[in-house]
Design a protein around this ligand. Structure first.
Ligand code: C5P
Length: 229
């Protein structure tokens, strides 16, 4: 079945403290967004690509996605205040032919093709799939004053990443419900979970970190410089 890819790239990058938004920072001549898009180039079944971005990057992004995916249906939309708003704007552009929708952060350029394909396979079967890794550190629940409240059992804790892939109708219904009930989730899966949708974790290879803080950017530069893709 046909797959649509949504890439949210409209974040302001405040935590990184950079002058330009993270997806547009260049490393060795290419933007982080381009490295990310290239990971999906060989994925089979991909029919359309929608990128959400901020106003001043719309033209540049349109040129980039048409260059990376010649012949595919490529669209750029303006992002929103929250990541969830940026995805909602993109969802409105997806054609009815699409059976599966993958959402992948613009700032995760190290995802592997194998991880993407494993998620597609699981989502086709189950309805929803999320790339994740087992929690590496012990996770603490803390009060606002930083006093520890509890320590959940690490065996059950996973760190959810992207891609997150769903049956198109299920993701649309989840976004519809969230809009009607003013529900803000921290990822796409949480919206699908909210309406009782089944979502299954797919264990990732572990390289797929999100470029959030300045030291993540240093690590990305190092990886790319060393030829790690
Ligand atoms: O801020 P965070 O690291 O969670 O952002 C994850 C992805 O979502 C980034 O690629 C960012 O550009 C995107 N985003 C967006 N619209 C927002 C906030 C974040 O498209 N309002």
């Amino acid at each position: 079945q046909q797959l649509a890819l949504i890439i949210p790239a409209a974040g302001k990058g405040e935590r990184l403290g950079a002058e330009i938004p993270k997806p547009y920072i260049k490393i060795a001549g290419k933007s982080i967004l381009e490295y990310t898009l290239l990971k999906f180039k060989e994925v089979s079944g991909l029919g359309e690509v929608i990128v959400s971005t901020s106003d001043q990057y719309i033209d540049e992004t349109r040129e980039l996605i048409s260059r990376v995916f010649p012949g595919l249906n490529c669209t750029v939309v303006e992002g929103g205040q929250e990541r969830q708003d940026s995805i909602r704007n993109a969802l409105e552009q997806i054609s009815d032919k699409t059976g599966l929708i993958a959402v992948h952060d613009a700032v995760r350029p190290f995802v592997s093709k194998e991880d993407i394909e494993n998620c597609i396979e699981e989502a086709s079967r189950s309805g929803g799939a999320v790339l994740a890794i087992p929690a590496r550190d012990t996770i603490k629940i803390a009060r606002p004053n930083l006093e520890i409240e509890s320590t959940p059992n690490r065996q059950k804790l996973w760190q959810a990443q992207t891609p997150q892939i769903f049956w198109a109708a299920l993701l649309r219904e989840a976004y519809q419900y969230a809009a009607e009930h003013d529900f803000l989730g921290s990822d796409d899966s949480s919206l699908v979970e909210k309406i009782g949708g089944k979502v299954v974790l797919v264990e990732g290879s572990g390289k797929n970190f999100k470029i959030t803080h300045p030291n993540d950017l240093d690590m990305a530069r190092y990886f790319i410089g060393e030829g790690v893709q």
